[in-house]
Design a protein around this ligand. Sequence first.
Ligand code: IP8
Length: 264
Amino acid sequence: MPSWQGPGGQGRVLSVKLGGSVVTDKERPFTLRLGLLGRIAAALAAVAKETGTRYVVTLGGGSFGHVAAHEAQEAGASPAEALSVVTSVMAELAQAVADVLAMHGMRPVVYPPHAFCKPLGLRPSCSWSPVSEALRLGATPLLYGDAYPCGDGWCIVSGDELAVEAACALGASHVIYVSDVDGIYGPSGELLREVKLEEVARLATVAGRERGYDVTGGLARKIRAIRENWCAGLHGVWVVNGLRPERIRSLVAGRPTVATLVLP
Ligand code: IP8
């Protein structure tokens, strides 16, 4: 496949991470971007119908999980309180997104990571076989960054590592990070169409700025999460701008578009 060509196609599985900045309004706590989500869902659903491409979708925490986690930290909440609150708001977010996907003809099934994953560092270490069965039946597994008990406290598993482990476990050829920037930018501010993961690690800047709370944040952590979970079957990781849903549509349909392909 030429590298400029998007990764979708007959029978392909794609792991799509919808970043918190496209799913939620990061400047308004607990607020969904419903209109945008609907357009993204329509783009994904249209290509699934045309080409048989299947998806596993992972959500970032946005102004749900990150705000709840930050508030729990600030309030000195007990581990049980924090776990309860953060897992609840993320389950609510996931259910709301599942409803939007279902309205566009997809068949989402929500998998709460705290219930089937036991992260070891940046490896989510989930039990994927039920998820794989649902995917085989034509459902769209829906995961999300979540809180889980760790040691005597609570920790966060990011959608960044979940999306890569899901891709590897479920046979996806690519991970697609849907963010609010056009892709990854080089040192002179030019959009990179293709870049090696090691090179991304060296680059200081990704265009766009962080807004609101982000308890997992930072590009360096994202790169480590991708690197630690990469597997032989994963051909590449795309970064595409979700504020332009037509680009997602082109990408998953295998047509050229504005995006960055990250290669191992
Ligand atoms: O936004 C974080 O997931 P991410 C999830 O994908 C929580 O890093 C609960 C803050």
